[in-house]
Design a protein around this ligand. Structure first.
Ligand SMILES: [Zn+2]
Length: 90
């Protein structure tokens, strides 16, 4: 895991429309429970080209988005974890 081919998605990682934020522990559970997840897109933006410097990862199961992780670097900003609205409502 985590060694998948990565796709640059800087143009849309900042668009959280359709996503709901969850806590760190909740995201840990999701990551642990889905052994079949893959990295569907990722971006390491250490220079802050798209905003605060960040290591961004989006996970999917098959074609279905599962989880987004935003791990901010070089700032005090806390990490963010987001799940699709449909999952949040389930
Ligand atoms: Zn976190």
């Amino acid at each position: 895991m985590g060694e998948q081919d990565t796709i640059m998605t800087g143009q849309n990682m900042t668009d959280r429309t359709g996503w709901t934020q969850v806590s760190c522990p909740a995201s840990d559970r999701i990551r642990d429970e889905h052994l079949d997840k893959v990295v569907s897109s990722s971006l390491t933006d250490l220079d802050g080209e798209y905003g605060d410097p960040v290591v961004y990862t989006e996970w999917s199961v098959g074609d279905v988005p599962l989880l987004r992780d935003y791990r901010w670097v070089a700032t005090e900003r806390e990490c963010e974890h987001w799940i699709p609205d449909a999952e949040a409502a389930a």
